[in-house]
Design a protein around this ligand. Structure first.
Ligand code: HMG
Length: 395
């Protein structure tokens, strides 16, 4: 049975920070961010937007009523969850109005877990061929004001509907995972921002890429020439480019190398405007590739490198379905949507991105009005987060 991605939805925050403004304010040369990291802007989420509102918005944009009646599992992959106990998927199940007989869970391993979620979804559909599974990768990447990681923040969510006979990408069975117990990036329960060994993390990313790709090729007798494109986890686009150059086989014919290079460039377009969205970053790269490449066709194989600090990496692959383009937006429309985000001054970014809920003695808080996507966090009432659909007039 063919199982894979039938639909992809995307949501990001409605505010953005221009990297040139950040550079000026931090006394850095703008080229450090534009050329050194290949970043142009970051999405900035206000307090009324979180992984639940972003995840629900990404899914709502793509689901039909029929999908909602047939989804029987929702998996939210995240490392910026809002509760240690209750899964974000339970809130999202309610906000989307999905039929009640569903399993709703949250999965974690830094930026990697959405890849494990896809595999779980695939196994579930293998046993229950008529079921549809909603996988949501949703995160807000926050390192802190003036930290080295500040320039690689971001916010966004990718929703994927997994079904049999999918319209976009058939997931293949061959995959290879790699685990190393390392301290490159981690966030203990008592901290709102991660601890990061930045340079070490980039070295590990590249080394785990090389190690897993070498082993994948050996085990499955594959080479880069078998693939039309290679998508990477994109903490910032320059690191993905370094990864691409590391695996690019110089002995390949020029035409194949050019196609892979061009497809790589299409895969980083959205991340350059949004920043790191952790669990969703690899799939934002896939979406950017599929919506912008003119060089892909049904039957093409795509390789993917998933990386989550700590660390777990995986190489997995998919085959494009015939007519996959019909299920996707046009790249220029997506870029237009991104241009409509509200630009923030650095001062406003510092205030809005790092605002904390001021709880009263009953554990309640209300917030100023901010622009959000389809759903918003309205208030915290006695320690409970209250979400609502945003009405047309408010938008
Ligand atoms: P930094 O201080 O910006 O580093 O920190 P830098 O001084 O090395 O500069 C960055 C690049 O800009 C360098 O390029 C400079 O040469 C260049 P490179 O040498 O590496 O090619 N540069 C310039 N280029 C042109 N003109 C100039 C100029 N000045 C400098 N004038 C760092 C960078 C990534 C360490 C930092 O942003 C950070 O700590 N980020 C967070 C950690 C991170 O993203 N790690 C990536 C791997 S780990 C991962 O992917 C997992 C993750 O997503 C989390 C998860 O799994 O949950 C993060």
């Amino acid at each position: 049975m063919k199982i894979g991605i039938d639909k992809i939805g995307f949501a990001t925050a409605q505010y953005m920070l221009d990297m040139n403004d950040l550079a000026h304010s931090r006394g850095a040369e703008p080229e450090k961010f534009s050329k050194g990291l290949l970043l142009q802007a970051l999405s900035i989420a206000p307090i009324t937007e979180d992984i639940i509102t972003l995840g629900a918005s990404a899914a709502e944009k793509m689901l039909t009523q029929d999908d909602k009646e047939n989804i029987d599992m929702i998996i939210v992959a995240t490392e910026s969850g809002v509760d240690q106990s209750k899964a974000a998927a339970v809130y999202i199940h309610h906000l989307l109005g999905i039929q009640p007989f569903a399993r709703s869970i949250e999965m974690k391993e830094a930026c990697y877990s959405a890849t494990a979620a896809l595999d779980y979804a695939k196994l579930h559909i293998g046993k229950n061929p008529d079921s549809k599974v909603l996988v949501i990768a949703s995160d807000i990447a926050k390192y802190g004001i003036g930290t080295p990681g500040e320039s690689t923040q971001g916010a966004g969510s990718i929703a994927m509907l997994l079904t049999k006979d999918p319209a976009i990408l058939v997931l293949q069975d061959q995959s290879l995972a790699l685990t190393r117990d390392i301290m490159d990036f981690w966030r203990p329960n008592y901290s709102t921002t991660p601890f990061v060994n930045g340079m070490y993390s980039t070295k590990q990313y590249l080394d785990m890429l090389k190690t897993s790709w070498d082993e994948y090729q050996k085990r499955f007798n594959k080479s880069l020439a078998d693939f039309a494109a290679f998508c990477f986890h994109i903490p910032f686009p320059k690191l993905a480019l370094k990864g691409f150059n590391k695996i690019l086989d110089k002995s390949l014919p020029e035409a194949i190398k050019e196609k892979l290079k061009d497809n790589f460039e299409q895969s980083i377009l959205y991340s350059q405007q949004i920043g790191n969205i952790y669990t969703g970053s690899l799939f934002l790269g896939l979406l950017s590739l599929l919506e912008n490449s003119t060089k892909l066709q049904g039957g093409d194989q795509i390789a993917m490198f998933s990386y989550g600090s700590g660390a777990v990496a995986e190489i997995f692959t998919g085959t494009l379905a015939e007519g996959f383009q019909q299920q996707l937006s046009k790249g220029q429309d997506r870029m237009q949507e991104l241009r409509q985000r509200i630009p923030l001054s650095v001062e406003d970014y510092e205030r809005i991105f790092f605002e904390n809920a001021l709880l009263d003695e009953n554990g309640s808080a209300s917030f100023a009005e901010y622009k959000t996507g389809i759903f918003a966090l309205r208030e915290i009432f006695e320690h409970q987060r209250i979400y609502q659909k945003v009405t047309v007039n408010e938008k």
